[in-house]
Unconditional design. Structure first.
Length: 193
């Protein structure tokens, strides 16, 4: 019963943090993804990554507390409750992946943006895979001019660092899908219609 109360308190704290945080502009990135599946699929697919908000240090700590309880399924459920945006695959069999965590880190040449998802089959013909690689990660490296490249890890492990309040890509099972071109679009301000 005590664990249930702890989890409920953590979810309420995280929800209140999300409600109290000021509404910000949506960060939009347009990417071109090499599918490696031509001629069965298009050789290149456009992907639009829309990040409505970034994961806070408090949210990372709340997730770590759930993980510390030892129930990985409870952690995945808590992780899935967060809605940080959407990645939209723009082609005939388009698919939208909900972003459950997003981190932006400044670099010497711009910034690195990480978007985290639950592992899903966004390819129609793909078989369902179960294992320890339960997440997907998009890694975008953007320069000061708003241009860059990226990678999409379709089967990844993630690492939470509650001391720094961040989430990182720990490892992955297969080679990432390449985004040879990524462009940051001017931010969309929700206050302006």
């Amino acid at each position: 019963m005590k664990n249930h109360r702890t989890l409920t308190a953590l979810f309420l704290a995280a929800a209140l943090t999300g409600l109290i945080a000021p509404l910000g502009a949506t960060d939009i990135f347009k990417a071109r993804m090499l599918t490696g599946r031509a001629p069965i699929e298009p050789a290149v697919v456009n992907v639009q990554i829309e990040i409505e908000s970034y994961t806070t240090a408090e949210e990372v700590r709340a997730l770590q507390m759930v993980l510390n309880q030892g129930d990985f399924d409870a952690f995945v459920s808590a992780f899935s409750q967060y809605n940080k945006g959407t990645a939209r695959f723009k082609y005939t069999r388009g698919f939208n992946l909900p972003i459950h965590a997003a981190i932006s880190t400044p670099t010497e040449t711009g910034k690195k943006v990480l978007a985290f998802f639950n592992r899903q089959n966004y390819k129609v013909e793909a078989a369902t895979r179960v294992g320890r690689f339960r997440f997907m990660v998009m890694e975008l490296e953007i320069n000061l001019k708003g241009k860059g490249s990226g990678r999409f890890y379709e089967d990844a492990l993630i690492n939470l660092d509650p001391n720094l309040g961040t989430i990182t890509l720990e490892s992955y099972e297969s080679a990432p899908v390449i985004f040879p071109s990524v462009v940051e679009v001017v931010k969309k301000d929700p206050a302006k219609k």
